[in-house]
Write a protein that binds this ligand. Structure first.
Ligand code: ZN
Length: 285
């Protein structure tokens, strides 16, 4: 009896802990956060923790990521607060085909008539709403999105005066990607990266019975290639990953230097790489 009692006590403790963790995470994913200018024609229009990015041009805009399925009204509100219109979005992109970044793509696509462009591997997962994701296997599904164009490493996406370069940075998902561009603000040039950080979801397997063939090499190459990029200003798919709340608070006036952080970028990649090396060492113990 005694053993049974303590086991159930432990179980309910575990349950309580994981429920608390889940709701805390979800709260920061869905909590509203003001839209703000990152630099030049790049704006953050997502939630407290989910990075959604608008790149504007005279000929229409690019929207990267959407947050959760219910994030659409928040994204619209943020875009309008900056003086732009969601209906002017012409191209939709994603950084990783996971539900917390793709949930509202289908609805926004329908609403705007924008084209969905994606890497081949993420396109597959977008089309089936998450079921071919080798890790989640549809446990976290989202509304399927039709993909209009496949993009790959080195492609330059052009829309009006926007020239956005595609970087395939696989690992977190098979088709994960980052995007870079050069901007000029007040006479200065900046290299800007919308980075997909190579974090490892709990339960993913890298070496034995890998989650997908080549996943460990993908992560290693992504860290190496990210560290070789020229980066002045960077943002990422989660606010916490790029220190959003340390760098910018609501009401803070725009300055092109707010998100300049080349040292922080390398440090962040190194942090993820250290975790990866430890993850592999733990698997091989
Ligand atoms: Zn993810």
């Amino acid at each position: 009896m005694k053993t049974k009692f303590s086991i159930s006590l432990i179980m309910s403790g575990v349950l309580l802990f994981s429920t608390a963790l889940f709701s805390a995470q979800n709260d920061s994913w869905s909590r509203p956060f003001p839209g703000h200018r990152i630099i030049a024609n790049l704006y953050a229009v997502g939630t407290y923790d989910l990075g959604v990015f608008l790149i504007t041009s005279e000929d229409g805009h690019i929207l990267i990521n959407t947050g959760l399925e219910e994030s659409m009204p928040l994204i619209r509100e943020n875009i309008e607060s900056l003086g732009y219109s969601l209906e002017d979005v012409k191209i939709l992109l994603t950084q990783q085909a996971h539900w917390d970044h793709t949930g509202a793509l289908a609805e926004i696509k329908k609403l705007t008539g924008a084209e969905m462009w994606a890497t081949e591997e993420d396109a597959r997962v977008l089309r089936d709403g998450g079921f071919s994701d080798p890790h989640f296997k549809g446990r976290e599904p989202f509304k399927p999105v039709s993909v209009d164009k496949i993009i790959e490493e080195g492609d330059v996406i052009e829309l009006g005066e926007i020239h956005l370069t595609v970087h395939e940075h696989p690992g977190h998902t098979e088709g994960s990607s980052s995007y870079s561009m050069h901007v000029n603000e007040a006479g200065r040039d900046y290299d800007v990266l919308i980075a997909n950080m190579a974090s490892i979801n709990p339960g993913v397997r890298l070496t034995f019975d890998p989650t997908y063939p080549g996943i460990a090499e993908d992560f290693a190459n992504t860290y190496r290639r990210q560290k070789a990029l020229d980066v002045d200003v960077w943002v990422a798919a989660h606010g916490g990953q790029y220190g959003l709340h340390d760098k910018w608070q609501p009401g803070q006036p725009y300055s092109p230097d707010t998100f300049v952080d080349p040292v922080g970028f390398i440090a962040a990649v190194n942090r993820y790489e250290d975790r990866y090396l430890k993850y592999i060492a733990d698997e091989q113990r």
